[in-house]
Design a protein around this ligand. Structure first.
Ligand code: AMP
Length: 321
């Protein structure tokens, strides 16, 4: 069993009066669940400390949590904790380095091992699961509030695709069961995360009709600026359609390529078997073995990525035969 520094982190927390918790840009439910869940645990456990959430706008996830106003002077002598963020450039609010001490808590591969103290568990389904583990390891000194439980549950549901993805373990289910014992309505959280706007519903129809699938099971969806404008959908809202190709028979690996206002493409890559994060790393990205992100400067680079994914899928197909 790996040793994780749950006690050490609690000791460092106890030594600081101000604790500022950051997460990654373009937050998803696990970013906000782990950040907000940790903040709620710390507020309930240490009412005299100043505990703040830092980061950019949360978009349509405000039903989960919103950010605090964090002043530059708040960072003086503060402990900064960053959740769910593998690499420094993706941390939302670049003042994260201005505190007295920095802790990284994450479940992505530890390619950028930043921070004075690191709690990285790549086996965990979500960063929210790690925060729950941190609580359980220190339960005699920490309090888990109902709001913390709601946020951590939301983060786990979000990152496991409602307990569908392979990172969902028996332990994940035990943590979810423990959280469901608190006073919040899980169905309400699930429904809130499940709702899509009419615009996104229409884009879903477009995606299903325009998905290109190769013989090796690699699917490609192009969302150009024109298409995004036609459906009135923002980049953030594309998170609702990322998992759709995985539900279609014969699709093994897929990429959704979203053109950005600056002209480059955000590549949202997913797989049901072949490990794709090494390909993402070759294109200014990274992420999990089966869920990665990258950036392509133009359509030529997208073709390159699709070719690399195809090679992987073919190798996988040969192995399976
Ligand atoms: P996304 O498609 O944006 O939901 O990303 C899937 C996964 O890839 C997430 O776990 C992200 O942390 C990771 N990821 C996305 N974009 C990048 C990037 N530019 N660099 C490193 N990792 C990324």
């Amino acid at each position: 069993m790996a040793h994780f520094p749950y006690q050490e982190i609690l000791e460092v927390i106890m030594q600081h009066e101000t604790i500022i918790v950051h997460r990654h840009m373009r937050p998803d439910p696990d970013a906000l669940g782990s950040q907000g869940g940790l903040v709620e645990i710390l507020k309930a456990s240490f009412p005299d400390k100043k505990i703040l959430k830092a980061g950019g706008p949360v978009g349509d996830l405000a039903f989960l949590t919103t950010m605090d106003t964090v002043l530059d002077e708040d960072y003086q002598g503060a402990l900064v904790i960053v959740t769910d963020t593998a690499n420094r450039p993706r941390i939302s609010d670049e003042r994260y380095g201005q505190g007295a001490k920095l802790i990284k808590i994450d479940h992505h591969p530890n390619d950028d091992a930043y921070g004075d103290l690191l709690l990285v568990n790549i086996e965990a389904s979500s960063c929210s699961e790690i925060i729950a583990d941190f609580y359980l390891a220190n339960q005699d000194q920490l309090t888990l509030s109902d709001e913390a439980a709601r946020l951590l549950y939301a983060g786990i549901v979000g990152d496991t695709g409602r307990f569908l993805y392979p990172a969902t373990t028996a332990h994940t289910m035990q943590i979810a069961a423990m959280l469901m014992g608190y006073d919040f309505v899980p169905t309400e959280v699930n429904n809130q995360m499940n709702v899509i706007s009419k615009r996104v519903a229409q884009l879903t129809g477009y995606v299903l009709q325009n998905i290109a699938v190769s013989a090796s099971g690699v699917a490609k969806v192009m969302l150009t600026k024109e298409i995004m404008e036609q459906f009135g959908v923002t980049d953030t809202e594309t998170s609702s359609i990322v998992s759709i190709p995985g539900t279609i028979e014969g699709i093994l690996v897929w990429g959704i390529f979203v053109e950005q206002p600056e002209g480059y493409f955000r590549c949202r890559l997913r797989s049901k078997g072949p490990v794709i994060n090494e390909i993402a790393k070759l294109h200014h990205g990274g992420g999990h073995p089966l869920a990665s992100g990258a950036n392509a400067k133009d359509e030529k680079e997208i073709s390159q990525i699709v070719a690399e994914l195809t090679e992987l899928a073919q190798l996988w197909g040969n192995k399976e035969k």
